[in-house]
Design a protein around this ligand. Structure first.
Ligand code: GLU
Length: 405
């Protein structure tokens, strides 16, 4: 989503959050936009790190590798991280990074070189108490490992808390690999409880880290996953897909569309398919004013960042479709990133059970706070989440200003 849209949305909800003009301007302005050009094998790739706001703690957010990455998109994503960490009460601000590259066109060596070049370009502005990167679209634990190594070489210090989403052997946290999906499951289960939704037919767009783990976790919990997709297209079976088999096909053949026991559908058809819960888990801007009327789901859980355009959001709200917004629904990733950071800082290693329990507590408590705010029925669940988060950020900003004077 363009940052202009974000700014517009903020202006619209400012009165509900009772924010002054000055506060709104502040929340619309990133602290710092860092840019570089990374060279790998003679080719140049634009790279960004946007540090949006650190009133509540160090900047925090992933690094995305994608051909469509732009300064504008990274700025929106950095803003959302600021809101996301406030929604879940993590002691962090928000930032985001990105490189405009198609990582599928690079070999392992080039990918490593690009990742190390990213750290060399920005490391002076990053650090365990300044700005802590993590994975995002098409970036992996292995990439986090290379970045950590490069950072430690440059600074001459051991600093596992510099980056989260690392492999376990390098100080990563248990559960971080499935955290985005698991956090989403906890939110979905709360929403199902509150609304009494009976039919549990799920369609999931995207079969990357978030989408695939979500499909597996929900199938294990007795949901019927009727549709999944990846960038090549989707598959649909009204009686439910065998997710274990679909995962095998994805691993061996590279795409879910090679699965032969279900009907083939397009990504567009998946969004409008017969299901009660729709889970966009890929890229932004897929639910628009063109298809929002046709969505059959009663609930939309946004595992992707920004999958619903503001126009579509209004249509869904008017149609009483409950949208569980990205800033809450996919906050499981950054929440376990916080646990990872805390473990690194205190030289601890928590059990799987402990991480899951703490994640559930965080997600349920954030959900409940928003549900209470939402219950007046005057604002959408998304608006309620923003109102709460923006108030927290504005309060921290005030404190910052006071402490300075
Ligand atoms: N990239 C994830 C997100 O958008 C995780 C960020 C993090 O762990 O810092 O929330």
């Amino acid at each position: 989503m363009s940052f202009a849209n974000v700014v517009h949305f903020l202006e619209k909800i400012a009165p509900l959050a009772k924010l002054s003009k000055k506060e709104i301007t502040l929340l619309q302005t990133p602290d710092r936009i860092l840019k570089a050009e990374l060279t790998v094998n003679g080719k140049k790739y634009p790279a960004y790190r946007v540090q949006f706001n650190n009133a509540r703690g160090p900047y925090k957010g992933g690094i995305r590798y994608h051909p469509e990455v732009s300064e504008d998109e990274v700025t929106s994503l950095a803003f959302w991280m600021t809101v996301k960490t406030a929604v879940t009460d993590l002691p962090f601000g928000g930032g985001k990074g990105g490189v405009t590259v198609d990582p599928k066109k690079l070999n392992q060596k080039e990918l490593e070189e690009l990742s190390r070049a990213y750290v060399r370009a920005f490391y002076k502005n990053l650090g365990p108490d300044t700005d802590i990167p993590a994975p995002d679209v098409y970036t992996t634990p292995e990439i986090m490992g290379w970045m950590l190594d490069e950072y430690q070489k440059l600074t001459g210090k051991k600093a596992p808390a510099f980056i989260t989403g690392k492999p376990l052997e390098l100080g990563g946290s248990k559960v971080r690999d499935i955290a985005t999906a698991l956090g989403g499951v906890y939110i979905l289960e709360e929403a199902v409880k509150k609304t009494g939704l009976k039919e549990k037919k799920v369609a999931i767009q995207g079969f990357g880290n978030a989408g695939m783990n979500m499909a597996q976790l929900l199938a294990e919990r007795g949901y019927t996953v009727v549709a999944v997709s990846d960038s090549k297209g989707g598959i649909y079976d009204a009686d439910g897909l065998n997710i274990e088999e679909v995962m095998k096909v994805k691993k061996t053949k590279g795409t879910v569309t090679e699965y032969t026991k279900a009907a083939k559908i397009s990504n567009q058809e998946l969004l409008e398919s017969g299901c009660s819960i729709l889970i966009p888990s890929a890229l932004s801007g897929v639910i628009t004013d063109k298809n929002a009327e046709k969505i059959k789901a009663k609930m939309v859980l946004e595992l992707a960042n920004g999958p619903t355009t503001p126009e579509a959001d209004e249509i869904l709200w008017a149609r009483k479709v409950l949208v569980l917004p990205d800033i809450l629904a996919n906050a499981g990733g950054v929440t376990v990133s916080y646990f990872e950071w805390a473990q690194n800082k205190n030289d601890e290693s928590w059990s799987e059970q402990k991480v899951k329990k703490k994640l559930q507590e965080k997600m349920v408590s954030a959900f409940q706070q928003i549900w209470d705010e939402f219950s007046d029925e005057k604002k959408s669940f998304r608006t309620a989440a923003y109102v709460l988060a923006l108030k927290k950020i504005a309060a921290a900003e005030k404190n910052k200003i006071k402490n300075k004077s």
